[in-house]
Design a protein around this ligand. Structure first.
Ligand code: PMP
Length: 437
């Protein structure tokens, strides 16, 4: 295996002195030194098309976002116990995109913190810590977030679900428990089953958390009707509904600004993360007045960095750029184009079993003729794509799903380049020899 000698020092220092439970991207790690729009650049000036980074939402180092942060940093940065326009302004920008019922916002610094707070709110509002979660869902890295993330507690190093977490099957209509069209109701019945099992054990349901497209699950779109029915069942037993929009939110879906809007439901709590700060640590929890009042039970919620003027200036710039540059519309247009092209590719290359997703949040699942996952091939493709200067990632319980979730300034031209390179690689022997065409 070739490792760039110039990067050796960085790698060996990390190995010794930085946290050991984090893997580096690629067998031959890359050192990135600049970002610009949909591109990243390594130390040799090599440019990579980034189809992975859903954090650099409006493009890497967008000049308006950078300037907003720089200007505010030079002026003042304090905690949110002082008055400042920036926090109000960002709250207004976000609330303007929400249904009227969702009208109170708490600012935090990461998606994990957002979900952590959402679960605390759930407990305050319902008196119960018991959560319904999807198989292979991921909601963050804190203690509570791990406890509600089947991706972690059912994965390597995990110790299974704690007693207050109730897992329902991944609503995957391609390779899940129920397949094909009209599976929404069947999967929603699984949620109901999960609720009755919990009741039989004497537990009370506090709530339900899910992503509108389950990312770590392999870009699983929720089947039609599932979310509405699941919400009804949860609310019937006194639970609240949380939509984790950390990956999918802020216009990426194309058709809608938030993922839950695809399903015509109104959650009680929405958590927002990654895209909101375009790379700056900024996240938020939006909830109803009722939940906010129940949470304010006398114990203060103070967050040192959450909602500071610099973060809020950055967040506001991001929200404005999405509107000014019509990026939600771009996600729809380019996403639809890409999905159609990928589906055409699937007809030519049967290793592509499924192409799914919304806007610029797509998944390409590799399977053999017996629907067995083809992880080695997916891994091969992303490594070869890197040789072509395109960054991609894989995920899903079997690591056989290519994920596409680029900055939403991704253009038709970028999509064409991606398709062309993917096609070239799918024609290579490694893929052909292992798949009967
Ligand atoms: N929720 C989802 C759906 C996520 O994908 C992530 C991060 N990958 C988180 C929450 C946690 O966010 P963070 O890493 O910012 O804490």
């Amino acid at each position: 295996q070739y490792l760039d000698p110039a990067n050796q020092e960085l790698i060996s220092y990390r190995k010794m002195h930085l946290g050991k439970s984090l893997s580096l991207q690629y067998k031959e790690p890359i050192k990135m030194v600049r970002g610009d729009g949909v591109f990243l650049m390594d130390q040799y000036g090599r440019q990579y098309l980034d189809t992975v980074n859903n954090v650099a939402h409006v493009g890497h180092e967008h000049p308006k976002v950078v300037k907003a942060g720089q200007d505010q940093m030079a002026l003042i940065n304090t905690n949110s116990r002082y008055l400042h326009e920036n926090i109000n302004e960002l709250a207004k920008e976000i609330l303007a995109t929400m249904p009227p019922q969702l009208s109170v916002i708490h600012f935090v610094n990461s998606g994990s913190e957002a979900n952590e707070l959402a679960i605390r709110m759930m407990k305050a509002a319902t008196g119960s810590n018991d959560v319904l979660v999807s198989e292979v869902g991921y909601h963050g890295n804190s203690n509570m977030c791990i406890d509600i993330s089947s991706y972690k507690f059912d994965g390597k190093g995990g110790q299974g679900a704690p007693e207050f977490t109730h897992v329902f099957p991944l609503p995957d209509r391609f390779r899940g428990k129920y397949r094909g069209d009209n599976t929404g109701e069947k999967y929603a019945l699984e949620v109901e089953k999960c609720i009755s099992n919990a009741h039989q054990k004497g537990r009370k349901i506090g709530g339900f958390i899910i992503e509108p497209i389950i990312s770590c699950g392999g870009q699983i779109e929720l089947p039609e009707g599932f979310l509405q029915r699941a919400y009804e069942s949860v609310r019937k037993v006194g639970g609240i509904c949380i939509s984790d929009e950390v990956q999918v939110g802020c216009g990426r879906m194309g058709k809608t600004f938030w993922g839950f809007q695809l399903h015509d439901v109104v959650p009680d709590i929405v958590t927002i993360g990654k895209p909101l700060g375009n790379g700056h640590p900024l996240a938020a929890v939006v909830c109803t007045q009722d939940i906010a009042e129940k949470f304010a039970n006398g114990m203060e919620y103070f967050n040192t960095f959450g909602g500071n003027p610099v973060s809020c200036a950055i967040g506001t710039a991001v929200m404005k750029v999405i509107k000014e540059e019509k990026l939600q519309e771009n996600a729809l247009k380019v996403g639809n184009y890409l999905k159609a092209e990928l589906r055409a590719l699937a007809l030519e290359f049967p290793i592509i079993g499924d192409v799914r997703g919304q806007g610029l949040f797509l998944g390409i699942e590799f399977v053999d003729a017996h629907m067995k996952p083809m992880a080695a091939q997916a891994d091969y493709v992303i490594n070869r794509m890197k040789d072509y200067g395109i960054l991609m990632s894989t995920d899903g319980p079997d690591n056989n799903v290519l994920k596409i979730k680029p900055p939403i300034v991704f253009s038709i031209e970028n999509a064409e380049e991606l398709i062309q390179c993917l096609k070239n690689i799918l024609e290579e022997d490694f893929i052909k020899h292992q798949y009967e065409y």
